[in-house]
Design a protein around this ligand. Sequence first.
Ligand code: GAF
Length: 373
Amino acid sequence: MKSELEYLELLKEYGLLVRAPGRINLIGEHTDYNQGLCMPATIDRSIYLGLNNSEKWSIEAIDTHETWEQGQSWEPDWLVYFKGAIQLAKERNLPIMPLKLAFGGNLPAGAGLSSSSSICCGFCFALNEHFNWQMDLGALTKFAVKAERQSGLEGGMMDQISILNGKEGNALLIDCKDWTFTSYPMALPDHRWLVVDTKIKHKLVDTDYNARSQTCRQILLKLQEEGQSIKALGEVDGHKLDMAKNLLNEEQFPLLKYQVEENERVRKFALALVKKDSTQLGNILLEGHRGLKDMYKVSCDELDFLVDFASKDPRAAGARMMGGGFGGSSIHLVEKNTITSYQSDIAAAYHQQFGIHADFFEAEVSDGLKRLK
Ligand code: GAF
């Protein structure tokens, strides 16, 4: 894995350079597209992106040695994140000219750490700087969300808000109803946040991610037709949930119940974080995972195995799957003095079960997107 310094060296020919971090999410999963609550934090694992003026568009992925040039018929997977932003800029008549771009980074793709949003946000931010669009961070967040939706993922805004506004050492409690957020220091005296990557890669647009967000839209329509005065599922509370029970089918009701419970978990989690109550934090992580696995059905065997290991191991306060699901990473809250032995034991158990070497790193919570040059 290359360091930031190595990427800066590789990208030294570029006049404008940005660092777009990845994110972890402590709690509040699949809630953003329903205008609910979530609690992500930006990490030091990042995408680095450089650009110079050019006669025609070209983009190089420095880690995979793939280059796309304007007019070329072969299109790499990642091109969609650039094309979305270029198209949107043109639709809005924003100044934009061909560029020579290169990007790469130590943020793994398809690992539930928002690598696609990091590329897309990094590019939108760089365009705003280079062409002096004068968008503030709020407008830029909206632009990046819209640009990334062109990839076909009917995602929310958690990743973009987090990447553009992250703060070292803090998680952001985001209210996705109005895109406002509050910082919560997340360091705990005796615990560390450990990310375990299952190495089961997901490209969310090819999973059931969109199916979940579509079902949520159907639930909303049904509740509105039946007279509930709500604009989004994030507004549903326990009382409204009881009223909804007879209106929804057996696929829909568990999804709504999960949404209501997950929003409540985010509120409790924020309080437990202030109290630095690792036992309660761990229990909330485990509850959240059960919801994602049994009600929302976005987990997989590998993630369940890792979380099950954590739930039985006294060195871990708790764990849960993280991000869109169907593979990717889990987050574990582990006693700092035992983290090395925990990591080697869970690695061995995981390898024995699935024949896969998981990846591990301690989350270093860093600032959000920055221009480096
Ligand atoms: C992905 C999406 F891009 C986010 O908007 C969010 O829905 C997340 O999955 C699940 O919480 O990262």
